[in-house]
Design a protein around this ligand. Structure first.
Ligand code: HEC
Ligand SMILES: [Cu+2]
Length: 339
């Protein structure tokens, strides 16, 4: 009876484990499935330390089991066994082995670190300035004069060189399939680079607890062929020339320019307090987390706090009528650069 009860208690743990392990199935959110040279060399270090640990674990367990069996208490045995203290030979052995193991770990780690730093690209790169905000990501391409929010476009087969900083607290920039994390610290600039070999969408995460919506601070790396990338840059620049397609969207644009443009840029104009919305209509997520559809866009404008607690966008549900919000949604949904 009590045995069953105990088994039932294990159920939530098993359920949780299944839930967590399903998360590991996402092919583009795993450091164990690298999609570029930086992540590949980092994975080789992960494997090396894993196999060393596994070796140590097996040796320790074998000795442990042997000692348990050999020196177990036998029937009729009385008193405590003979106590042994100080054994130079053993002490030298168990000091030397860890030193050797640490060297085996340290040498490739140092070599890889220097190697990645040496390969730090100098020419023929795409420069991106990453600014982390509570709770979204800003990507500026200083040489191309283009900016995006949440979605980072990069060309495949080319090194992308990052300058990382933060607008508020410490965040950490992490695209598991492409490279290890790098902190973004306010008031200073960190550097890193990576490269995606294949086209694809690679998930990114903030990896440093940064406030109530830290867990919702997702972004995407969209890797496309170099030709497509150039086309994308051209379209982003041409976006300044667009005009709203309908009268409703036109009304939405007027409201947007009055109430939103101070924080959100569209087509090179506007503030940087919120994500750049130039290609918002092409997104497949709203605010990085909600499924992209008109209801969710309207719900976000109504009350952003209920979607992402602690974020820095004010609610407009009590300032704008439903009709005004609908026209804003129509305007935002028309902000596409891909037809
Ligand atoms: C005080 C600055 C501020 C104002 C004014 C503002 N926003 Fe925002 N907005 C933000 C911030 C900050 C975020 C990012 C929130 C987050 O994800 O943490 C955001 C996010 C968004 C998003 C989601 C963007 C994305 O990347 O998916 C939309 C859509 C949006 N705002 C629309 C509007 C509209 C429409 C207005 C005007 C009615 C407006 N905002 C006014 C600061 C502002
Ligand atoms: Cu963060």
């Amino acid at each position: 009876m009590s045995g069953w009860k105990n088994l039932c208690r294990l159920l939530p743990i098993v359920a949780l484990a299944m839930f967590v392990l399903t998360g590991c199935g996402d092919p583009y959110l795993s450091a164990l499935d690298p999609k570029g040279p930086v992540a590949e060399s980092q994975l080789s270090l992960i494997k090396l330390s894993f196999y060393i640990m596994l070796g140590v674990f097996i040796v320790v367990m074998v000795i442990f089991t042997y000692v348990l069996v050999k020196f177990r208490k036998r029937p009729g045995q009385t008193g405590i066994p003979k106590q042994v203290e100080g054994n130079h030979k053993l002490e030298i052995i168990w000091t030397t082995i860890p030193i050797i193991l640490l060297l085996v770990l340290a040498i490739p780690t140092v070599i890889t670190t220097f190697d990645l730093a040496e390969k730090f690209p100098s020419e023929d790169v795409v420069n991106v300035k990453v600014t982390a905000h509570q709770f979204w990501w800003e990507f500026d391409y200083p040489d191309l004069e283009v900016s995006t929010g949440q979605d980072l476009y990069i060309p495949t087969g080319k090194k992308v060189q990052f300058q990382l900083t933060s607008a508020d607290v410490i965040h950490s920039f992490w695209v598991p399939a492409l490279a290890g994390k790098t902190d973004t610290n306010p008031g200073m600039v960190n550097h890193m680079w990576f490269q995606a070999d294949q086209p694809g969408v690679y998930q990114g995460k903030c990896a440093e607890l940064c406030g109530p919506s830290h867990a919702l601070m997702d972004f995407k790396v969209v890797a496309v062929s170099p030709e497509e990338f150039d086309t994308w840059v051209g379209k982003m620049k041409a976006a300044a020339e667009r005009t709203p397609a309908t009268a409703t969207a036109q009304q939405g644009q007027e409201i947007f320019n009055k109430s939103c443009l101070g924080c959100h840029a569209v087509g090179g104009q506007g503030g940087k307090m919120g994500p750049n919305l130039t290609a918002f209509g092409d997104r497949d997520k709203v605010a990085g987390i909600l499924e992209y559809n008109k209801e969710n866009i309207a719900a976000w404008i109504h009350d952003p706090q209920s979607k992402k607690p602690g974020n820095l966008m004010p609610a407009f549900g009590d300032k704008l009528s439903d009709q005004e919000i609908d026209s804003l949604v129509e305007y935002l949904d028309g902000l596409k650069i891909n037809e």
